[in-house]
Design a binder for this molecule. Sequence first.
Ligand SMILES: [Zn+2]
Length: 327
Amino acid sequence: MKRSARSCWLGFDLGGTKMMAVVFDGDFEVAASVKSKTKGAEGTGEVLERIQSTISDALQEAGILPTDIGGIGVGCPGPLDLDRGVILHAPNLSWHNVTLKATLEKRFKCPTVIANDVDAGTYGEFRFGAGRGARCVLGIFPGTGIGGACVYEGRIIRGRTGSCMEIGHVLVQADGRLCGCGHRGCLESVASRLAISADAAAAVYRGEAPALQRLAGTDLAEIKSGTLAKAIKAGDSAVESIVRGAARHIGLAVANTVNLLAPDVVVFGGGLVEAMPEIVVGEARKAICAQAMSAFTKDLKIVAAELGDNATAMGAAALAAAEGSKP
Ligand SMILES: [Zn+2]
């Protein structure tokens, strides 16, 4: 790989269960990639230490020094104070006001940017994946929650102090289920992986999903995206209709957003989409085309993400590079 001074970039994906540090060369080819468990329950100090050792391991694996990287980009769960580089609150990590940017800048002595993980993933797809070259890319990442992001004319659309596009909390069912945010009927409450798994567990309980019964029983923690996909392949039509129903709801929320933004591309990513791209993207596409204005859907690309697991790290590294090249 190329190894002139500060020609590499480091992208970091900080998730609730795992973290990943990826070293990219100047052409954004992967030079090294190291994963660790997040283990948020161990406390802020432990996790911060593990983030730094994971980065060090990745640099070592790539055979480079911190002085060889031009910057670090971190995609992390929010809410974030983007300007100060502070994670204000990360419920999955029990974090409050963690000064991640300052910590990493001090340790690795290079500029660091932090971004919302879905923003970073969508930016990655805009730069290197399914949204390349588009004027307006809408990214939707259904998972434990449902994240949304928009890259418009090369920039991530932001709110006043942090990220925005919380499509998971758009109302899709008046007086519906209670959502984690405290309101009722949000998209997340009917279509997140958690909501799907809960409905699937109920189907197992009713004896309607024999394959899922064998694979996971009614244990929510075991009913992951890949397990749902296996159950559907094995013939659990009840599970398939639950997933299709969720994807339809996601499509309806996206259709509303398409009417507001008229994007060129809608990119679907995340674990649920990776496990069942045809079902999730296909069903969402049908709902979008049925509901959004035809002028906006005529040439609209509705596709699965291309970068997979690397999207957030790659987008975060590219953001660090873009920040670094600013005058
Ligand atoms: Zn909500």
